[in-house]
Design a protein around this ligand. Structure first.
Ligand SMILES: Nc1ccn([C@@H]2O[C@H](COP(=O)(O)OP(=O)(O)OP(=O)(O)O)[C@@H](O)[C@H]2O)c(=O)n1
Ligand SMILES: C[C@](O)(CO)[C@H](O)COP(=O)(O)O
Length: 418
């Protein structure tokens, strides 16, 4: 993703034609994170949790949510390099622009809203960069309230602790009844025109100390509707919040191991040999197909694509396309491996079973495994080729065709785009 200060791409380009919802995001990230303390990685929004900057996790949630329109990131002028590095792996799924923030959160939000207003979107979600644990269900609840006509939507959770008021933080004065009290979260969502007018008015009247945007709406007389927040949606405020977030994403995260399977069959016709796992084996038949009909590589290509929901071989290489006539099937497998890697996948195993009465696979097995290892760029002991006859049963038994079954195992790294 490349974004320059002030640059903003057309927000509508991301929208489906039939989609009425047009909502941009203001992501405030211009704070100094003083309560969290100093760090070599920069202010808290750039600290690494789960091996990625906090802000990248937050942006990821919007990048994968279908309602997201243009995003304005509000940054501190000193953080240009930190932000550029954080955005580096985001890909092109978001239309991001960047503006400079102000001395308080309120002023930063105003700068973001002014930029977002230039895109023409109807709604704005205002989000703290330091709340990386928002989720799609929460965004859906906010969207439903906006779709229902709300001018201002506040995700919040009912206060669960008993509340005390104390004079100097040491001597309790009273217990505050907690009924009807809620802890405010972000994203706080608004009809853009309404919240921008409220923010401008607040600023013009000399106020710059509102700690959230719902309170500016309240101040301006805009009714604020509550939706259920999420107890996971904490704001990373102190060092211990950052440590806990890192622990949650790194140490306790299950490895994202995925398997995909693939199956393919090609007919045997008169010919002089078959190609299996890239090895040509002389034979009195050949496999018929649009490409070189390497049934093993086709099954493995499908298995790899299945680990990241990337469709099947026919989606990428339509049999109707003349350029694939007679093509070497390694092109298909290498393409699938590239897609997996681009999405953060590490291929850890490739297993192919061939089902054929003839020719004999055994003498070629080692070469086939070496071919797979080279095509996938992985170690030989992660590649397996097996063969069996079909005990003379069915179409394989009648030597009318050869079938292949493949299983791919891929580990996707935390924060990958798969
Ligand atoms: N002048 C400011 C202050 C805050 N924020 C942003 O508002 C969000 C919530 O603010 P907070 O947690 O208070 O962050 P900081 O102001 O950075 O923290 P601190 O008060 O500890 O310095 C953060 O994403 C922060 O980057 C901002 O964009 N501009
Ligand atoms: C906007 C906010 O995250 C809602 O809870 C919060 O008000 C930010 O507060 P801070 O004073 O900037 O930490």
């Amino acid at each position: 993703m490349t974004a320059k200060i002030g640059e903003l791409r057309d927000p509508i380009q991301k929208m489906q034609p039939e989609e009425q919802f047009s909502c941009g995001v203001v992501l405030v990230a211009a704070g100094r994170g003083e309560r969290a303390g100093q760090s070599a990685e920069g202010p808290k929004q750039y600290r690494r949790i789960g091996n990625r900057p906090v802000i990248a996790h937050t942006l990821d949630v919007f990048a994968t949510w279908p309602g997201t329109g243009p995003v304005v990131v509000v940054m501190h002028p000193d953080d240009e390099a930190l932000l550029a590095a954080a955005l580096e792996r985001m890909g092109d799924s978001l239309a991001v622009s960047v503006v400079h923030g102000g001395a308080t959160r309120q002023l930063s939000v105003l700068a973001g809203l002014e930029a977002l207003a230039r895109t023409g979107v109807k709604h704005a979600m205002i989000q703290d960069a330091v709340r990386p644990f928002i989720d799609h269900a929460l965004l859906d609840r906010c969207r439903a309230a906006l779709d229902g006509g709300a001018e201002a939507v506040l995700p919040a959770i009912a206060v669960a602790d008993t509340l005390k008021r104390a004079t100097d933080g040491r001597i309790v004065e009273e217990t505050v009844p907690r009924g009807g009290l809620y802890a405010a979260q972000t994203p706080q969502c608004f009809r853009l025109e309404a919240i921008l007018a409220a923010h401008r008015a607040a600023s013009a009247s000399g106020r710059s100390d509102f700690t959230d945007d719902a309170s500016i709406a309240e101040w301006a007389g805009i009714p604020v509707v509550l939706v259920e927040g999420s107890s996971d949606n904490i704001k990373l405020t102190l060092q211990r919040d950052i440590s806990m977030a890192d622990e949650r994403l790194t140490r306790h995260a299950l490895p994202d191991v995925r398997t995909g399977n693939g199956y393919d069959v090609h007919q045997l016709v008169e010919g002089d040999g078959v190609t299996l796992c890239g090895v040509f084996i002389p034979h009195n038949r050949k496999l018929s197909g649009h490409s070189d009909a390497d049934v093993a590589l086709h099954a493995l290509t499908d298995a790899l694509l299945a680990t990241c929901g990337a469709g099947d071989i026919g989606d990428h290489f339509p049999p109707s396309d003349p350029q694939w006539k007679g093509a070497a099937s390694r092109i298909f497998l290498e393409h699938a491996a590239r897609i997996v890697r681009e999405r953060g996948g590490v291929i850890t195993n490739a297993d192919v079973s061939l089902i054929a009465e003839a020719p004999k696979v055994g003498p070629h097995r080692q070469q086939m495994r070496e071919n797979l290892a080279a095509m996938l760029g992985i170690a030989l002991d992660r590649c397996s080729v097996k063969a069996t006859t079909n005990e003379k049963l069915g179409f394989v038994g009648r030597r009318e065709g050869i079938a292949a079954i493949a299983t791919a195992t891929v580990v996707y790294v935390a924060g990958s785009k798969a």
